[in-house]
Ligand binder design. Structure first.
Ligand SMILES: NC(=O)c1ccc[n+]([C@@H]2O[C@H](COP(=O)([O-])OP(=O)(O)OC[C@H]3O[C@@H](n4cnc5c(N)ncnc54)[C@H](OP(=O)(O)O)[C@@H]3O)[C@@H](O)[C@H]2O)c1
Length: 276
């Protein structure tokens, strides 16, 4: 196996949940990181900003800021991957979603670019409960979400990032492959909220609603109608029990077990994440 550690890797979404961890893990692995979000002048919606971001890099981590299954993501990932390949940046790792059929055209767009691609398909992030739209509800004492009683193997984004970085200096080993990552334990949304309540030392409730009802709440918060439609469709299909199984990508790439939800909850509670 060829190992290349003097790599420069472009990290899109470098200020976001996965990108920030990919950047730290890549630096820890001795790679040179070129962060790419709007603060650095890289914009997924402005093609004129792409070449300056990609030029002379060896690899790139691609995370689209919208849902990976959105038509905008399919279009942008395909175009950017083509541009990267034409600039000689062939090693591309895309963050995708486990079990999300809508995401397949985006993965296909990456493959069609001719890149040495890897797709990392992630389960639901644990950090959805601590860094994102679900936090406010939990701080207020109740999570309203269309998760029913479905069980999901929530994954820590640090493990997603470690897997992304683990595939990079490994030469061709993961080129042309999809790696599917989950946490080590199935939990329903209600069970996850109960674990958070225990770690945070306060009472928290989970109120399941239909995807349609949740969509109406999102629209009320100003989310644009086309995005609401997609999310309702994604939640309707993704949260129907099809993903109630574990995936072993963390063990496959890193040779260790994924982090458990209890560890995540304890750390985020200690940081005061869910204080009311
Ligand atoms: N949540 C889950 O459970 C889950 C599971 C599997 C896959 N996914 C996929 O994960 C992706 C989201 O990843 P994430 O949670 O790491 O993202 P995130 O935390 O929402 O961060 C988005 C990042 O993109 C940047 N950004 C936003 N708009 C941009 C633009 N127009 N041009 C360039 N950069 C832009 C942001 O930085 P600036 O604002 O500074 O530009 C930020 O760094 C989605 O594609 C989703 O489908 C999510």
């Amino acid at each position: 196996m060829t190992r290349k550690t003097d790599m420069t890797v472009v990290v899109t979404g470098a200020s976001g949940r996965t990108g920030s961890r990919v950047a730290s893990a890549a630096r820890a692995a001795g790679l040179t990181v070129r962060p790419a979000s709007r603060a650095q002048g890289f914009d997924w919606t402005d093609r004129s900003t792409w070449a300056q971001t990609l030029r002379d890099a060896d690899a790139a981590y691609l995370v689209h800021p919208g849902d990976v299954g959105s038509p905008a993501a399919t279009l942008a990932v395909g175009l950017l991957a083509h541009e990267a390949v034409s600039l000689g940046v062939r090693r591309l790792v895309l963050l995708s979603a486990r079990g999300e059929e809508h995401a397949r055209p985006t993965e296909e767009a990456l493959r069609e670019s001719g890149a040495d691609w890897t797709v990392v398909r992630a389960a639901w992030f644990m950090q959805n409960f601590s860094e994102g739209p679900l936090v406010d509800g939990l701080r207020g004492g109740e999570l309203v979400f269309p998760g029913g009683e479905v069980r999901e193997p929530f994954v820590d984004v640090r493990d997603v990032a470690d897997v992304v970085v683990g595939t990079l200096p490994a030469g061709d080993r993961y080129a042309g492959q999809s790696v599917t990552v989950s946490g080590p334990r199935l939990l329903s949304f209600g069970e996850a909220v109960a674990e958070i309540a225990k770690a945070a030392g306060r009472e928290l409730a989970y109120r399941p609603v239909s995807a349609r009802e949740y969509g109406a709440r999102l629209a009320g918060f100003g989310v644009p109608p086309e995005e609401v439609e997609l999310l309702v469709d994604v939640f309707d299909t993704l949260l129907d029990g099809r993903n109630a199984y574990l995936s072993d990508g963390v063990r496959q790439v890193l040779g260790r077990e994924p982090r458990d939800f209890a560890e995540f909850a304890a750390e985020a509670a200690a940081a005061g994440t869910w204080r009311g």
